[in-house]
Design a protein around this ligand. Structure first.
Ligand code: ZN
Length: 181
């Protein structure tokens, strides 16, 4: 069960549950990194691309960032996640991204879900789900198949509204510019 971030922020923990050091992987840190993924998505927006962004985090440090550049680069491989994974692998000096978490503003497509499994990323956090291409539970869950030798932990719904609003305003702009021309 996911603890909604807003609930954590608004309601202080009972004093008995407060500790000097917050445990790792609090939903609050998920929110912090998702904000970074959203920054990447906004870069895609600025390039006239569907606004999707991703960051890869290792030991509380961002080691890879990416945003959708499919039209700019004119190649289907230029998804946010692939770019972020490539950069992270370069930093790690290894194709294995064990111990890493990927934050994505939209549920991964089949290609990116495959890349996440192949990179052996531990955890995938995404903002909003995709009923058109989502392969982390919406259409199929490629991240958690017992048939594969690696399974990825999934969290979703982190800054969902922000991500959805960004996507919706992109498509709204697109429709109105298509009407004009
Ligand atoms: Zn993808």
């Amino acid at each position: 069960m996911e603890i909604p971030v807003t609930a954590v922020e608004k309601k202080p923990l009972p004093t008995t549950m407060r500790t000097a050091e917050p445990p790792e992987e609090l939903p609050l840190s998920d929110e912090r990194y998702m904000k970074e993924a959203l920054k990447q998505a906004k870069k895609a927006f600025a390039h006239g691309e569907v606004p999707i962004g991703a960051v890869v985090v290792y030991e509380d440090r961002i080691i890879g960032r990416g945003y959708n550049r499919r039209n700019t680069d004119k190649v289907a491989l230029a998804h946010a996640e692939i770019t972020a994974i490539k950069k992270a692998a370069k930093v790690m000096g290894d194709w294995r991204l064990e111990g890493c978490t990927i934050y994505i503003t939209l549920e991964p497509c089949p290609m990116c879900a495959g890349a996440i499994v192949q990179s052996r990323i531990d955890r995938c956090v995404f903002a909003c789900s995709s009923d058109k291409a989502g392969c982390a539970g919406s259409l199929i869950n490629l991240l958690d198949m017992k048939e594969f030798n690696h399974r990825v932990e999934i969290s979703s719904g982190i800054l969902e509204e922000e991500s959805r609003n960004l996507l919706q305003s992109f498509f709204k702009n697109l429709r109105s510019s298509q009407k004009e021309s």
